[in-house]
Design a protein around this ligand. Structure first.
Ligand SMILES: NC(=O)C1=CN([C@@H]2O[C@H](COP(=O)(O)OP(=O)(O)OC[C@H]3O[C@@H](n4cnc5c(N)ncnc54)[C@H](OP(=O)(O)O)[C@@H]3O)[C@@H](O)[C@H]2O)C=CC1
Ligand SMILES: O=C(O)[C@H](O)CS(=O)(=O)O
Length: 490
């Protein structure tokens, strides 16, 4: 798919923006441009503005000015503009999906699903913009009156990954703008086009110049340092690996900057012997193979109780064999390419490690199809054990390792034996078991009899080294607000 092909697929080619959106102006990069390639075919689909650190600093300075006016609007006025942004995202869902598939690779149906998911945060926080409530507290002395108010934190900056190039930005920008903050977004180098398209629609929606900027760059480290070291930035919100999250937290510590961190995962997916096996297989497929396994909430370890292990393995194999792999633009494709060669190599390394330690490959692991693109057939291994790499490291690809367990206590101990704590899942019918296991799992999210937990109405986030803070739900607004109390003598 070339740039010409991509433009021909769009109803509105102007959504394909190769410049950066800097404080309401479309600009070239002082560092030139960087290439964006289609992971299914390796074609170059865009040459995107490569901003310098000085240009990023300019976006931040403009944001500071714009934010003061934006914060003076009523919540209802901000809500109206955010609602328009939501409406434009949904009106352009097809084009935004095509752009997303072109740069990230996921099947078009999934990409359009991400657009709706990303837009749902804008819709939700447009409503929340009107509900930034404070409180009054009975005075501690007869002549004292205490009032608590919440105010926007100021200029927020985001760094987001390539796996959800639309939704990871809107999940942060929507609450920030609703709260009255200004927002400077730095998308991943691999997938900047979904972000610049959001800039096109933000401009059309009437979001004031400087309130929302998209600073595209090939130098993540430099942009990150500007975000962490610039005293105007009061909030850093990051989604990505725990490794990079640690770097950013260290850098932000010098300013004691408020940070939200949505980091890596290592999700256990547990099938008890009283589970509905067909439902568990359906849930495992969605949980493991959404975005071809490239999500932080994907099942990374699948634990199956001994009595149903063989039956589950057979059913899962039969279901996975039906999944069509190919270019995300092709009808009926369920599994697109991985994002790049290193992603393929990581999955192959996990498979090789497991085989070397005694695992048995019951599906896949056959050589990737010839020709361009980062394709890897889905693989299922049985006989997984805790000494294998995928027990501790996030695979981030289409590999389903099946572990056998005997009882509840053992599987809870194994599930919790990780530095991560983002998402977890289990299938069971016994109510007592459901309550006990859900409470015992050390994770920010527990899916019970479901493999998909993503929604704008719930507080998404992890414990332990999977992150800090929550995104989505009314809690998501607090990440961009400062609380103040006024103690008045009457
Ligand atoms: N908890 C969550 O919600 C999510 C967690 N993740 C986790 O992220 C990983 C996969 O995503 P991936 O994008 O590879 O993760 P990375 O952490 O490598 O990258 C995430 C973002 O951080 C940027 N970045 C990388 N290094 C630095 C740095 N030193 N300073 C500032 N920014 C930097 C990247 O830029 P660039 O790519 O341009 O180099 C990218 O935009 C997995 O571990 C996955 O679990 C991913 C998505 C969601
Ligand atoms: O980046 C991710 O993996 C997302 O946070 C997962 S979700 O929000 O789509 O569930």
């Amino acid at each position: 798919m070339t740039k010409t092909d991509l433009k021909s697929l769009l109803n509105g080619p102007s959504l394909l923006a190769e410049q950066a959106y800097l404080a309401g102006h479309w600009v070239d990069g002082d560092e030139g441009t960087f290439e964006v390639t289609n992971p299914a075919r390796g074609d170059v689909i865009a040459h995107v503005a490569d901003l310098s650190r000085a240009q990023v600093a300019k976006a931040i300075a403009e944001a500071e000015t714009a934010q003061k006016e934006w914060a003076s609007w009523t919540g209802k006025e901000r809500a109206a503009v955010l609602r328009k942004w939501f409406d434009l995202m949904m009106e352009n869902q097809h084009d935004l999906g095509v752009i997303l598939t072109a740069e990230q690779g996921k099947p078009l149906a999934e990409a359009k699903g991400e657009i709706a998911y990303g837009a749902s945060f804008v819709e939700f926080f447009a409503e929340e913009a009107k509900r930034v409530y404070g409180e009054t507290i009975p005075g501690h002395q007869r002549d004292k009156r205490i009032t608590v108010i919440k105010q926007p934190i100021g200029v927020a900056a985001s760094i987001t990954p390539w796996n959800f190039p639309n939704a990871m930005i809107t999940r942060k920008a929507a609450p920030a703008l609703a709260a009255g903050c200004a927002f400077v977004a730095r998308p991943a180098e691999l997938t900047p086009l979904s972000a610049t398209a959001l800039g096109v629609l933000a401009e059309r929606a009437g979001i004031p110049k400087g309130v929302f900027s998209v600073v595209t760059s090939s130098n993540a480290s430099e942009t990150g340092k500007e975000f962490c070291e610039n005293p105007i930035v009061r909030k850093l919100t990051f989604t990505g690996s725990t490794q990079v999250g640690r770097i950013l937290l260290r850098q932000a510590a010098d300013q004691v900057m408020k940070c939200s961190m949505e980091l890596g995962g290592n999700a256990p997916f547990i099938v008890f012997d009283d589970a509905d096996l067909d439902a568990a297989v359906e849930g495992a497929i969605m949980c493991k193979f959404r975005n071809n396994g490239q999500t932080c909430v994907c099942a990374n370890r699948i634990y199956v109780q001994a009595g149903v292990y063989d039956a589950f393995a057979a059913k899962l194999k039969e279901a996975v064999e039906k999944l069509k792999m190919g270019d995300g633009m092709e009808e009926g494709v369920a599994l697109g390419p991985l994002i790049n060669a290193s992603a393929v190599e990581k999955v192959q390394t996990h498979i090789a490690d497991a085989k070397a330690k005694g695992a048995n490959v019951i599906l896949g692991d056959s050589g990737a199809p010839q020709g361009p693109g980062y394709f890897l057939p889905p693989t299922i291994v049985t006989g997984a054990t805790k000494d294998m790499q995928f027990s501790t490291d996030e695979t981030f690809g289409p590999l389903a390792p099946l572990f056998k367990f005997e009882n509840e206590d053992d599987v809870i101990a194994m599930a919790n034996d990780t530095i991560f704590g983002l998402a977890s899942y289990f299938y069971a019918k016994d109510l007592s078991r459901v309550y006990k296991v859900a409470e015992a799992l050390e994770y920010g999210i527990v899916g019970v009899n479901t493999g998909i937990i993503s929604t704008e109405v719930a507080p998404f986030g992890g414990v332990k080294q999977s992150g800090l803070g929550r995104e989505g739900s009314h809690h998501g607004l607090d990440e961009f607000l400062e609380m103040k109390y006024i103690c008045m003598s009457v």
